[in-house]
Ligand binder design. Structure first.
Ligand code: CMC
Length: 432
């Protein structure tokens, strides 16, 4: 069925094209409205604006559906791993065995972060935010790989495979370096022979003369955690990556901006905020009702962290998967984490509460992910950097879409100006 749309303003009608996506999502194309009618579309925070066409991820928030390149997240979580899903997200297809091997090799060969970059870390107080450190290190990558960062789409696309591998592999190494820097521990070099997740765990937890011993359940849980974060459509940080990319910025600069956007507590920072919340419920011996009551006040700073989502009006499918994995990992490792019980009780209480029911607020991916990371041994202040490792493939795939779109234009939204109207300059001695 073809659709038509028109907008009637006063007595004049303006026909507008309708765009329909492959999953039936419909959009009214308002691009010409300013030229034809002198109007812009107003949509504060872009909550109902399709800012681009994308082939990477399909998300239906009403039905709780998430698919990467057509593959349901549940199937990827069951059968794939982070490296394979990264390939899928970036290149659009599941890799053949040869492609998987080549991609894995490229990641292994690009794991070492240049020794000089340690100085960037050393310029930070150890108390600094790990996300600030990570964003700064990624922003510095063009200086160390000028051939991969030309700020020229034609040139940058020719070296894309290498740049993508550098970004994914080094962001992981940087996170381990940040952790060790903050703890005053010597850096561990990556080991070429180790798979992606084990290599990360080695760089985090090996000690001089005492290598980290891989625990299959832990590796599996880490793989799942990263895979579940691989991409999530036009969220705040991915849109930031696209926006920065649209000025012809190179991949690393664009990702660095995305990492800064991810840091906020309403976005990637929520995973740490959830743990702080669960911990204070535990410390206070409360049953969580104080947090639920405060969340219902409507104040942004009192929200129930790990609950609600900008697009899901149903269960976040990632939360279901990670919630189950949490229980499995803890029981396999024999860990009795009181915070898991608190989280489960809080979820039950919120899901029975009218405030949350009427607003369709459900647990999101961050609600349980912290408990998995805690079991792996990741400290709370590093949680959001873990999200950044996971989200790297999504940033890369979205940067690629912007860079390879010959018709793309610089992102430049309009605004409705509501400030003072024209007024003459007042000299300082006449200001009252
Ligand atoms: N606790 C209490 N009330 C909430 C919450 C919450 N966590 N989330 C939304 N609301 C309220 C909101 O105040 C609004 O109330 P009212 O209709 O009375 O004004 C109503 O629910 C609808 O809000 P919304 O339009 O669904 O929310 P939004 O799109 O403005 O914000 C959000 C989405 C994720 C920022 C928000 O739900 C939130 O702050 N959640 C807590 C932080 C969090 O867990 N963030 C992680 C998101 S998932 C990982 C990621 O991709 O970033």
């Amino acid at each position: 069925m073809t659709h038509t749309a028109s907008l009637k303003i006063d007595d004049k009608e303006y026909p507008l094209p309708v765009i329909v996506g492959t999953e039936g999502e419909k959009a009214v194309d308002t691009r010409t409205l300013r030229a034809t009618a002198g109007y812009v579309a107003y949509d504060q925070g872009y909550g109902n604006t399709g800012s681009c066409e994308s082939k990477v991820t399909f998300l239906n928030g009403d039905d709780g559906i998430l698919r990467h390149r057509g593959y349901p997240i549940e199937q990827l979580a069951n059968h794939s791993d982070f490296v394979e899903t990264s390939y899928l997200v970036i290149y659009g297809e599941l890799p053949t065995a040869a492609q998987r091997k080549e991609f894995g090799l490229r990641l292994r060969q690009n794991a070492v972060v240049e020794t000089q970059m340690q100085k960037i870390l050393e310029g930070f107080p150890t108390s600094a935010s790990p996300m600030a450190m990570l964003s700064a290190m990624v922003a510095a990558l063009p200086a160390y790989h000028p051939q991969l960062a030309n700020n020229n789409f034609e040139k940058d696309l020719k070296v894309f495979d290498q740049a993508a591998a550098v970004a994914i592999s080094k962001i992981r190494t940087m996170v381990a370096m940040i952790y060790r820097y903050q703890k005053g521990l010597p850096f561990m070099f990556p080991k070429q022979e180790l798979p992606f997740c084990d290599n990360f765990l080695h760089m985090m937890f090996s000690e001089p003369y005492k290598d980290y011993v891989s625990v299959p359940e832990v590796t599996k849980a880490l793989n799942l955690f990263l895979l579940l974060h691989a991409d999530h459509e036009q969220n705040c940080s991915t849109s930031t990556v696209r926006m920065v990319a649209s000025s012809s910025s190179n991949l690393f600069t664009s990702i660095s901006a995305g990492i800064s956007a991810l840091a906020g507590p309403l976005h990637g920072g929520a995973n740490a905020a959830v743990m702080h919340m669960l911990q204070s419920i535990h410390d206070e011996g409360d049953d969580g009702s104080r947090f639920i009551a405060a969340a219902k006040s409507g104040s942004k700073s009192n929200r129930l962290m790990g609950f609600g989502h900008a697009v899901y009006r149903n269960f976040d499918p990632r939360a279901k998967i990670i919630g189950q994995a949490c229980g499995t990992l803890l029981s396999k490792l024999g860990i009795d984490d009181p915070l898991l019980n608190i989280a489960q009780h809080l979820e039950q209480a919120a899901l029975k509460d009218d405030y949350f029911i009427s607003r369709k607020l459900y647990p999101n991916v961050d609600f349980y992910s912290g408990i998995i990371m805690r079991a792996i041994g990741i400290p709370v202040n590093m949680f959001t950097t873990m999200f950044a490792i996971g989200r790297a493939p999504g940033y890369i795939a979205n940067w690629h879409e912007v860079a390879s779109n010959p018709k793309g234009r610089i992102y430049r939204p309009r605004q409705i100006y509501v400030g003072p109207v024209l007024r003459p300059y007042v000299p300082i001695d006449q200001r009252g």
